[in-house]
Design a protein around this ligand. Structure first.
Ligand code: UGA
Length: 423
């Protein structure tokens, strides 16, 4: 099939490359010319395991990037993968969705053939029917039936997105239109997993609910972890015993300093905001965010309990990315922690295998180091903020600290003499 993907961010780029791998002809439409150039030169503008290999395999063959909407005219399926960033009240900003819809419509105005427009971006229920459908049709000067509409949420984790695309647990295709559903099912036909057909708005809600549920599992584990810490019980032992109940599941039960990233905090806030707009007060969702905001404060409280006043102290921060295998620092828990350390007169030496350059822009006064050992030199304490596997091997490097106070916000170290935020 001929596929156009609007947006060359991590969802659009990964989805585009994977659809090419599945045998489709794909054009990724991206407004940033530097990204277009990089993609066409087979250089991924983001770090994602396996992405460079896919670009090398398919660019110049079944995959290309473009700044124009020209390829939309001949596409069978057009995926909208643009961002839906939060407004100041937590609601989703749909302006990129609106402009993409208008541009798609304009590109299809003189095209007589059928195509399907698919929303992959995370959007509040009703967006595809009330904003995308009319936006595309009006701009195309067409009526219902001439263009099909589908909502097909993504469940890709940054850093593992290609594996998640190729081996999903399920594919959700929301559509009332059989022809549109069949087009999208066909694009995925090589992936042998259950395909769930739903209404447009149920598909939109499935994405929000999945992310909110996963975020809830993490905040729940953190709350249990905070209780376990007081009782001198290892929350990881507890959650192993709990998670093996197949009704609960073993994943997303790792207690720590809380969830970050561009999705969970934004999507839970957006769900709260849309619940409020219809007169609901979602108690659990509020608690999910409250626990998440408090975890970094607990880490700092623990640090103060161990080393006292922070003024003049040197704190080594290991890990800046919001999780391992990414250079992304959006909503990273390292941010509020570093901010508080600096505000209280501490000096910070930081190390991350990938995210140093991104964090340098936010905190230019931090000393950024080329290794964990370098960051630990003469430090009064060390805070572990990201679950990078390489941190599991750190041991002798801790001898370079002035005082051996090591507090984990993520459970990853394997040496003795450390303390965890909830263990
Ligand atoms: C998340 C979802 O997992 C994807 O399914 C979804 O498609 C994506 O959001 C999205 O909406 O686009 P992502 O934000 O990339 O993916 O990262 P996760 O692996 O889910 O981790 C999120 C945060 O939770 C990280 O800060 C991680 O350290 C933290 N986490 C994760 C925990 O604190 N404990 C856990 O047990 C698991």
């Amino acid at each position: 099939m001929k596929i156009a993907v609007i947006g060359g961010g991590y969802v659009g780029l990964v989805s585009g490359a994977c659809f090419a791998e599945l045998g489709n002809d794909v054009t990724i439409i991206e407004i940033d010319p530097a990204k277009v150039l990089a993609i066409n030169e087979q250089q991924p503008p983001i770090y994602e395991i396996g992405l460079e290999d896919l670009l090398k395999k398919h660019i110049g063959n079944r995959l290309c990037a473009s700044i124009t909407y020209d390829s939309v005219a001949s596409a069978d399926i057009i995926f909208i993968c643009v961002g839906t960033p939060p407004n100041s009240d937590g609601s989703a900003n749909l302006s990129y969705i609106e402009s993409a819809s208008a541009m798609i419509g304009a590109a299809r105005r003189t095209v007589p053939t059928y195509c399907v427009v698919v929303v992959k971006s995370t959007v509040p229920p009703g967006t595809t029917a009330k904003i995308v459908c009319p936006g595309v049709l009006q701009s195309a000067h067409k009526t219902e039936g001439e263009i099909g509409f589908v909502m097909n949420p993504e469940f890709l984790r940054e850093g593992r997105a290609i594996a998640d695309f190729m081996h999903p647990d399920r594919i959700v295709i929301g559509s009332a239109d059989d022809r549109a559903f069949n087009y999208v099912a066909e694009a995925y036909h090589k992936i042998d997993v259950p395909v769930i057909r739903t209404s447009l708005s149920a598909a939109e809600m499935i994405k929000y609910t999945s992310n909110a549920f996963l975020a809830m599992k993490i905040s729940f584990s953190n709350e249990i972890g905070n209780i376990c810490k007081q009782l001198h019980i290892d929350v990881y032992e507890v959650m192993r015993g709990v998670g093996l109940d197949h009704r609960i599941g073993t994943q997303f039960l790792n207690a720590g300093v809380g969830f970050g990233g561009s999705c969970f905090p934004k999507d839970v806030s957006s769900l709260i905001s849309l619940a409020k707009a219809i007169g609901e007060d979602p108690l659990i969702l509020h608690a999910v965010l409250k626990v998440n905001t408090q975890q970094p404060n607990r880490l700092l409280k623990l640090l103060r309990a161990r080393i006292g006043n922070l003024n003049g102290k040197k704190i080594a921060v290991l890990g800046l990315a919001f999780k391992d295998n990414t250079e992304d620092i959006r909503d990273s828990k390292a941010i509020p922690v570093i901010q508080e350390l600096l505000l209280n007169g501490a000096s910070v030496s930081a190390y991350d295998p990938m995210a140093v350059e991104a964090m340098r822009k936010l905190f230019p006064t931090v000393t950024y180091c080329h290794s964990a050992g370098h960051a630990l030199d003469g430090a009064d304490a060390c805070l572990v903020m990201t679950e990078w596997p390489e941190f599991g091997k750190i041991n002798k490097e801790f001898e370079r600290m002035k005082t051996r106070v090591i507090i984990e916000g993520r459970r990853i170290l394997s040496c003795n003499g450390t303390e965890g935020i909830c263990w």
